[in-house]
Design a protein around this ligand. Structure first.
Ligand SMILES: *Cc1c(COP(=O)(O)O)cnc(C)c1O
Length: 389
């Protein structure tokens, strides 16, 4: 059976060049980068070279980049770090209802600590209303945290406008760019972004690696207290191999970006046109233009998404429903529900997130097997019988 992977927003396979770059630092190059003797010199240089590679992807300066253990840590560090650093100025945070749990649950935690959080609504396209954001800012607002691109729908948020508003009102702006990094250009010099989170394993790098961009001058309370690592901003001896891998992944992502965007868009459009042509009663979720080139979120009416995924899995096709983090639970996707989808339709939704190695043949295989699977599932739905007649 062929194995086809359409779940790149959950994680990506590590690239061979990334793996090869890491290997020396798992074995022969074991020195502590903080050591001043021969053993540490090579690893210190490797960490700083990788930092420059990641900085090129984000167009920032090396001293603005903190390596972390994950995207989740970066989000926690940014949000708690600002909340604690600015708590004398105010206690209000603005975010959206469709953030990743790494942001949502950090905000919920801070509510227990006495912070107030506004969760902005999204419209049926999954977009926030800029006027609602402006209206939510009060003299007590210290932080706006809005994702760059949504992991479930691929919707890209207006981070330029949000940054401009934040700057004008003197509010710190953090964006979770885990899904955007490597897929679309990110230029921290052109955007008024103070803090930005990325993750290694979403861009063909290693798991357990992330980075946080913190604009020069932005003061953060550390999340992890320890030694003088990362300019006193994150304690802990560096994960040298992970850092090297993330650097390599960032370098490749930047080099291949234009080519990849074309490749992914072509496949995604083939997938969406093919689905629409073959299967009735489906709905594409998320803004038609303002979205990532690789993500297609489709609702299949009268179908239970989890069973659809199991049927696809039996044919070797990996896709996902909602976010990977909520799979296994019966809660419908908080993102789709926020966009106004009924619980039934949210449950009948599948995310196909494409990547580098996917081919037109793989899309065609999906399109070939999909109509029969959906039809068989619908034939068991009493609601569908009613809709057809
Ligand atoms: C995957 C993801 C994260 C978490 O990153 P990890 O490195 O897996 O902790 C955060 N935000 C978004 C939008 C994600 O897709």
């Amino acid at each position: 059976m062929n194995k086809i992977y359409f779940d790149h927003n959950a994680t990506t396979p590590i690239l061979n060049d990334v793996f090869e770059a890491m290997v020396p630092y798992l074995k022969d190059q074991w020195g502590n980068p903080s050591s001043i003797h021969w053993a540490g010199r090579g690893t210190k240089k490797a960490v700083e070279d990788a930092r420059e590679q990641v900085c090129k992807l984000l167009n920032c300066a090396p001293l603005e980049l903190i390596f972390t253990s994950s995207g989740t840590e970066g989000d926690n560090h940014a949000i708690k770090g600002i909340a604690y650093a600015k708590k004398d100025k105010g206690n209000h945070i603005i975010t959206t209802k469709v953030e990743h749990p790494a942001v949502l649950n950090t905000c919920k935690y801070l509510q227990k600590e006495g912070f107030e959080v506004t969760y902005l609504d999204v419209d049926s396209d999954g977009m926030i209303d800029i006027d609602a954001l402006k209206g939510a800012i009060t003299p007590k607002t210290i932080l706006i945290t809005v994702m760059y691109a949504n992991n479930e729908t691929g919707v890209i948020f207006p981070v330029k406008e949000i940054g401009d508003i934040a700057r004008e009102r003197g509010v710190t702006f953090h964006t979770d760019a885990v899904q955007a990094a490597g897929k679309v250009p990110i230029d921290t010099q052109k955007l008024n972004i103070d803090l930005l989170t990325i993750s290694g394993h979403k861009l063909y790098g290693p798991k357990g690696m992330g980075a946080l961009y913190a604009k020069r001058g932005v003061r953060l309370v550390p999340l992890i207290h320890g030694g003088h690592h990362e300019r006193n901003r994150r304690g802990g001896t560096e994960n040298v191999a992970g850092i090297v891998g993330m650097g390599k992944a960032a370098e490749i992502a930047l080099k291949d970006m234009d080519k990849e965007i074309e490749h992914l868009k072509t496949l995604r459009d083939r997938l969406e046109k093919g689905m629409a042509g073959r299967i009735p009663h489906i709905k594409l979720n998320g803004h038609a233009d303002r979205r990532l080139p690789n993500t297609s979120n489709i609702s299949f009416e009268f179908v239970e998404g989890e069973s659809l995924l199991l049927n696809l899995d039996m044919k070797g096709v990996a896709a996902s429903s909602g976010s990977a983090c909520t799979s296994g639970s019966l809660e419908p996707s908080h993102v789709l529900v926020s966009m106004g989808l009924s619980h039934e339709l949210s449950h009948g939704s599948v995310r196909f997130s494409l990547g580098k190695s996917n081919t037109a043949e793989e899309i065609d295989f999906l399109l070939e097997i999909m109509p029969a699977i959906v039809e068989r599932m619908r034939s068991m739905s009493p609601l569908y019988a009613g809709a057809k007649s």
